[in-house]
Write a protein that binds this ligand. Structure first.
Ligand code: AGP
Length: 367
């Protein structure tokens, strides 16, 4: 049956509001709420001994994979390589015997990701696909599939499918950690509990619409925007920039906050808003000090943080949006939603074709 917009103006708006349900459905597939243990289906490789994981994907799916890389390295201590599919397929990387390949895709049909899948398989890697469309080519050609339960995504800009990919990858990282013996049962229960709270937090966040709309009014006037983050928030900064470019046609760049002084700080002036993803946690002080440097050069800092991070940032930031307080492990999922909302509101203000931006296709099935 055809999917409608319901009472929403755009599919993207509707899909943004589906976050709580989609995240809940996807997480419950892999986390038993009673025992708080991760329950993974049989995988095409043994995470306890796999020598390396190679991630490949395109666009937002690649950025989800980048977050997955931080998580798996941190929790399961497995070496991870990752590259966009259009590079990986021509890079000819040396691959270990018995290695695993993880392909991430909403459509399951993206030409470059599919080519990377075939190459990795041919090179003896055990291929696991994280896809949203069951029976898609990637689902059929991989050795195993983990489905995101996002439902049909019509807007060209990925929203709920992206966060659902994060939900699957977070569960996988924890499952790998247990298999590897690097994650204690207590830690596993603590982190799965944090994950299971994410759908509720996502619902609360969607209520913050007016604060983000205010921010969008300023961002809509800019010609260039910089998104900054560190650690697992760095790929979310890249995602914020990608989303804004894609649907509002404003030039945006995502940077690792620590790289600012190696070039991008030269761009800083009153006309370039700096959007920072800066939750409290081990990297907070480092990111805050990068932001302060930008503020000292006239930069207008607009930060997403939590209650613990807000007071320090308010000393120099023009705007501070306070998100729910969560374990740093789940912060990237929670920060993805406001950057998507921001891009949405900016695009609406600019009057662009939000669901069908120029020059883009939902699934890129040609190289
Ligand atoms: C996301 O907003 C983009 N439209 C795009 O980057 C997308 O994520 C990419 O083309 C990959 O698509 P897939 O997930 O269907 O493979």
């Amino acid at each position: 049956a055809a999917v409608g917009k319901g009472n929403y103006r755009h599919f993207m708006e509707k899909e943004l509001h589906e976050h709580p349900v989609v995240l809940g459905d996807t997480l419950r597939q892999h986390i038993d709420p009673a025992t708080r243990a991760v329950v993974l289906p049989p995988l095409p490789f043994d995470p306890a001994v796999v020598p390396r994981i190679t991630f490949s994907a395109c666009g937002s799916a690649y950025l989800a994979a980048q977050v997955g890389r931080y998580w798996i390295e941190q929790v399961a201590r497995i070496p991870v390589d990752s590259d966009v599919a259009s590079e990986l397929r021509y890079r000819d990387p040396p691959l270990p015997e018995g290695g695993a390949a993880l392909l991430v895709s909403q459509s399951g049909e993206t030409a470059d990701t599919l080519a990377a899948l075939r190459l990795l398989k041919q090179r003896g890697q055990h291929v696991l696909a994280v896809v949203n469309v069951s029976e898609s080519t990637m689902d059929r050609e991989s050795d195993g599939t983990l489905l995101t339960i996002a439902g049909p995504e019509i807007g060209v800009a990925s929203t709920k499918a992206f966060t659902a990919q994060l939900a699957v990858l977070a569960s996988l990282a924890l499952g790998f950690g247990r298999a590897r013996g690097t994650l204690s049962a207590g830690e596993e229960a603590r982190l799965t509990a944090a994950l299971l709270e994410v759908p509720g937090h996502a619902a609360a966040l969607l209520e913050k619409g007016s604060e983000i709309q205010d921010m969008a009014r300023e961002v809509a006037l800019a010609r260039d925007v910089l998104f900054l983050g560190r650690g697992s928030l760095y790929p979310i900064a890249l995602e914020g920039a990608l989303k804004l470019k894609e649907i509002s046609y404003i030039h945006a760049e995502g940077y690792a906050a620590g790289e600012m002084k190696h070039g991008p700080i030269a761009l800083i002036d009153r006309d370039v808003p700096v959007i920072a993803l800066c939750p409290s946690g081990p990297l907070f002080e480092k990111t805050a000090s990068n932001l302060q440097e930008a503020a000292a050069r006239g930069g207008r800092i607009m930060a997403f943080t939590d209650a613990a991070g807000a007071p320090a940032l308010r000393r120099f930031a023009e705007r501070v949006v306070v998100l729910p307080t969560v374990d740093p492990f789940v912060a990237p999922i929670l920060h993805a939603i406001p950057v998507q909302l921001l891009a949405y509101h900016v695009a609406v203000l600019k009057g662009t074709d939000v669901d069908q931006p120029r020059n883009l296709a939902k699934a890129v099935t040609v190289e």
